[in-house]
Design a protein around this ligand. Sequence first.
Ligand code: DGL
Length: 283
Amino acid sequence: MSDSRPIGVFDSGLGGLTVVRELLRLMPGERVAYLGDTARCPYGGRSDEAIRLFARQDADFLMKRDIKMLVVACNTVSSVGLDALRTSADDIPVIGVVVPGAKAAVLRTAEKKVGVIGTRATVRADSYTKAIHDLDQSVIVYGQACSLFVPIVEEGLADHDVARVAAQHYLQRLVHLGIDCLILGCTHYPLMMEVIQETVSTRIQLIDSALWTAKEAQDILAAMNLLSPHKAGGLETSTFFVTDLTPTFRETASAFLGTSLPNAEKVSLDELAPDDSKKSTFQ
Ligand code: DGL
């Protein structure tokens, strides 16, 4: 049995394209239906209540598009709102980025000391610690919110001295705590990989959650006989939706995707938000 329906992927913005890139690299026959909530990005500094509301709207939008799996590419949503999405998803598997990243760290850490960097909401939720402790209670996990990294990447400064100064500022504490693995717990951080590695030294292994999430998606689709029957899928057959076509959207998308985005359709927030939540104070 096989299944040619698309894999639904959503993120607060365009950073989730790092996950799309890995999914299509591993499974070139698959196609993706992607939603980036660029009008309300970033989610990382918002309340849990707002994050859960937006996540439900994003997921509902994709569920209406006949997807075979939902991948929550956003670390913030995976940390704060994944359980609620699982209960409302019909019959399809729903995966986030936290558990795959946590599994990789548990496999890799020899010292049993792992650092996790992410948005404020991700670190506040302590989601990676919980996922790591479900696998191995003896691993010590240290979290660090790196709030400036997202705007640095969005401004195209991932390789600039500004990024180096910010990395020093946030990461020195983790280095002194003796971690040997560092989870990049945010869609944007793989773009700062070189600066982060330089700052923490090569003694510390970096774990890219995007990569491990794509592997997990592939394993689940294979186990459920849901892999695509097609040899060629990829970007050209995928569909991309955003809630705002910002002036720099194409440049930012190519930075995350590693190539240019073939198409993108704007979805209005009115379409995304069902009637009951239109009166929401969060915009
Ligand atoms: N996509 C978010 C994450 O991975 C980063 C951007 C945001 O704060 O919305 O946590």
